[in-house]
Structure formats: structure tokens, C-alpha cells
Write a new protein. Structure first.
Length: 406
């Protein structure tokens, strides 16, 4: 075990110090937990790795949407690691560098140069335009026609929405608001200095997890509707009306996961669901899958399943190759890290190292004062273009509804 870092700073001020110094950093909160975690990569650059949980050190992975076999994954090494409570009080820390490393002076002996604020700057909506909506709905129609001809069974079409903050927003305040608003989500902020970007999000979708006790987990999450009725009242999950299109969309994702298990001869898995779950202002259908890696004697299961699953049919489509080809040829933007995956890798726990990767959904790319929101809709033959546009609006509101609160 490496020596601990002795500091009087809070978790929040350490994040600020890292960003001001240009060190890659990631802060996150796992679903249904209150503690935050932070890592800083003191190299100043983000390496590109092939995702292999058995070989990688402790750190944080971020993958683009286009990443065959997960071999072009961005990886922030945990040169420094902290776990802290909601108030920023540090509960545990780890330092993998020598006491003479120059990062120590920058991070621990220099106070952040900007004071934190409790208000979010006003937001101006730059896009989308009416033309973008028309384009989206026409592209949905084109996808439906190709599905009717049998080219693919499902495709996920995404779009962007651009906003501008009147002033540079306090990322940690946005992060903390998302934590409060969406306790069941994986909330994270990742600073990538070489791109001059911060990716902030609250995603409901787990891709793969390996827990300290050796349990592998993944989920099938698809189908979307508002969590509120026409009069703005919260719906009960037991009363959520699901259409055949939405049920089939979620079933496709579940069948693909089971197909991956069969491909690698895993038969001892537990399936729970589908059930209705609430993710902020939305409802989804979700099924959970788990495998005891020790019982099946398959310690590499996480690495193998990650490469089989990404990109899942929940963000790409089926068959994956033809759906991805349609996406790359027809979407008007580069997804970059949207609908890729991200999360902590080999974080030390008493039971053993843990890794949790989530699909990068309900996210915003922040470049200075400009934010780009991303949202997608799963299309099948039964899709209605106007309804799919509305679904992407609801997904963008996951973040906007929090950011617009005074």
C-alpha cells in the first residue's frame, strides 16, 4: 500500500488545483452512494491503452464511441487518489509518487486561485435550430425505411444541443447538483487538458462492473418515457405504460447480452427483470445480469465482456456493424466520448479491487463557457420521427433542468 497524502485541502479544492495546473483529473460518485472519489494523473498527459482489467493499474478510463476492441481507451493513472464525503472532508487517500515530485507543490501547497460560487451562470440556448429538427426527423425516416428493407433491426440516432454559460461555470457545483438530483446515477466530471474539455454527466447505464467480492455485473437498459404525467405529477413505476416498440427495444439489448454469455460459454448467470426504473426525469426498462467469476473460474470475464458489449445495442443498434455504419454516415456530428464508456478501474477496496464502467449518457462536453449536450433515441420499425425528437429533448433536460435551477 502506498503512503497516504497528508493535506488540509478538501476534495473540491484538490480538483480545482489539478485543473488550474493542467493535470488530468476525474471526480465521480457511484450510484446510491454518498462518498465522492477523485484521481489525478500527475504526468500531465492522458495515455491511450487497450482495456485489460487484469493488467491496468488503478485509474479512470474514458472511451470514445468508436473504439474497436476497446484498444483506444483514454486512461488517467491514479497517481493521487482521494475518497471524501459530501462536504469535501477527506476520508482516505493514496499517493503513488515520491515526496519530491513537483506535483506535490502544485496540488497541496498552492491554494486554488478562484473562489467557488453557489450560483450557476445564466444559460443561453444556441441550438438546435428548426433545420436541425427537420434533419433529425428525416434521418429517422431514412433509418425506418432501411429497417423495413431488413438492413438492420435497430439503430440509435443521436443529436446535440448547444448552450452557452454567461460566465465560466463552477464544474464542482454542477457535479454536486447532479449528485443530489440523481442519486441512482453514476455522476462524474473528467478533465482532459490536451483536449481542453471537461466531460460532465449523470448516466443511468452500467456497462460492466467487477466488484471486490468477484461478482461481475451488467445491465440491459432501453425504452424511454417521461417520469411525469401530462399534469406534471410523478408516475408510479407500477403504472408505467410501455408500448410494444419500447418492450422490444429493451428485449433486443437483453438478448444481445445473453448472446455474449453464450458465445463465451457462460451459462451460470443470474437475470433479474425487466422492471421499470426511474432515472431523473425519465423512466426506462431495465434487466440486471450477474456472474460469480470465481464460481465459473473466469477471472478475465470483465475484459472479455467489455470488448463484446461495446458499443451496446442501447447506443448503437443491431446488428452492430451495419448500425454503426449508418450512424457514422448519417449523424451530423462526431460523438467523440458520448456513448463511449467511462469509470474507475481497479480502485482499492477492503474486499479487493473494484472496477465500474458506465455508458457515457446524459452528458455534456464543456469547452470554456460553451456546453454541448448529447442525446440519442433507439429506433425500430415502429418509431415515429416526432416522438423520437421529443425523447432526445427529454434526455437533454436531464442536465438542463438541474443547470437552470437558481
Amino acid at each position: 500500500m502506498s503512503s497516504t497524502v497528508q493535506t488540509q485541502q478538501t476534495g473540491q479544492s484538490l480538483w480545482q488545483s489539478a485543473v488550474q495546473a493542467g493535470y488530468p483529473a476525474a471526480i465521480w460518485r457511484l450510484p446510491n452512494r454518498s462518498e465522492r472519489e477523485l484521481i489525478i494523473d500527475a504526468s500531465g498527459t492522458v495515455s491511450t491503452v487497450a482495456m485489460d482489467f487484469e493488467e491496468l493499474p488503478m485509474g479512470f478510463a474514458v472511451s470514445p464511441f468508436t473504439n474497436p476492441d476497446a484498444e483506444q481507451t483514454l486512461f488517467l493513472k491514479a497517481d493521487f487518489y482521494w475518497r471524501f464525503d459530501e462536504n469535501g472532508t477527506i476520508l482516505a487517500s493514496e499517493n503513488k509518487l515520491s515526496d519530491k515530485h513537483p506535483a506535490l507543490d502544485v496540488l497541496f501547497r498552492t491554494a486554488p486561485q478562484t473562489a467557488r460560487t453557489e450560483t450557476i451562470p445564466a444559460i443561453q440556448l444556441i441550438g438546435p435550430s428548426d433545420e436541425q429538427q427537420t434533419w433529425f426527423e428525416k434521418t429517422v425516416t431514412r433509418a425506418i425505411r432501411q429497417m423495413e428493407r431488413g438492413k438492420f433491426r435497430k439503430v440509435v440516432l443521436s443529436r446535440t444541443k448547444t448552450i452557452r454559460f454567461d460566465e465560466q461555470p463552477d464544474v464542482l457545483m454542477l457535479f454536486n447538483r447532479l449528485c443530489k438530483a440523481y442519486p441512482n446515477a453514476f455522476v462524474s466530471a473528467v478533465y482532459l487538458p490536451e483536449r481542453n474539455q471537461i466531460w460532465l454527466g449523470a448516466t443511468p447505464e452500467r456497462l460492466v462492473s467487477m466488484e471486490g467480492d468477484g461478482i461481475f455485473r451488467t445491465v440491459a437498459l432501453a425504452g424511454t418515457q417521461s417520469a411525469f404525467d401530462s399534469e406534471g405529477r410523478p408516475k408510479r413505476t407500477a403504472d408505467a405504460p410501455w408500448t410494444q416498440k419500447e418492450i422490444e427495444e429493451q428485449a433486443l439489448v437483453g438478448r444481445y447480452i445473453i448472446g455474449c454469455f453464450k458465445k463465451i460459454r457462460i451459462r451460470e448467470y443470474l437475470e433479474e427483470g425487466p422492471r421499470t426504473v426511474i432515472a431523473g426525469n425519465l423512466m426506462h426498462l431495465r434487466s440486471d445480469y450477474s456472474v460469480d467469476m470465481q464460481a465459473v473460474n473466469f477471472p478475465q470475464l470483465g475484459t472479455v465482456m467489455l470488448r463484446l458489449l461495446h458499443p451496446t445495442s442501447a447506443v448503437c443498434g443491431m446488428p452492430r456493424e451495419t448500425a454503426q455504419e449508418f450512424i457514422l454516415q448519417n449523424e451530423a456530428h462526431d460523438r467523440e466520448l458520448y456513448s463511449g464508456f467511462l469509470g474507475p478501474v481497479n480502485i482499492f477496496r477492503a474486499e479487493g479491487p473494484e472496477s465500474h464502467l458506465f455508458v457515457n449518457l446524459r452528458c455534456m462536453k464543456l469547452e470554456g463557457q460553451e456546453g454541448t449536450l448529447y442525446a440519442g433515441a433507439g429506433l425500430t420499425e415502429d418509431s415515429a420521427p416526432a416522438k423520437e425528437w421529443r425523447e432526445t429533448e427529454l434526455k437533454c433536460d436531464t442536465l438542463l433542468s438541474v443547470f437552470n435551477k437558481s
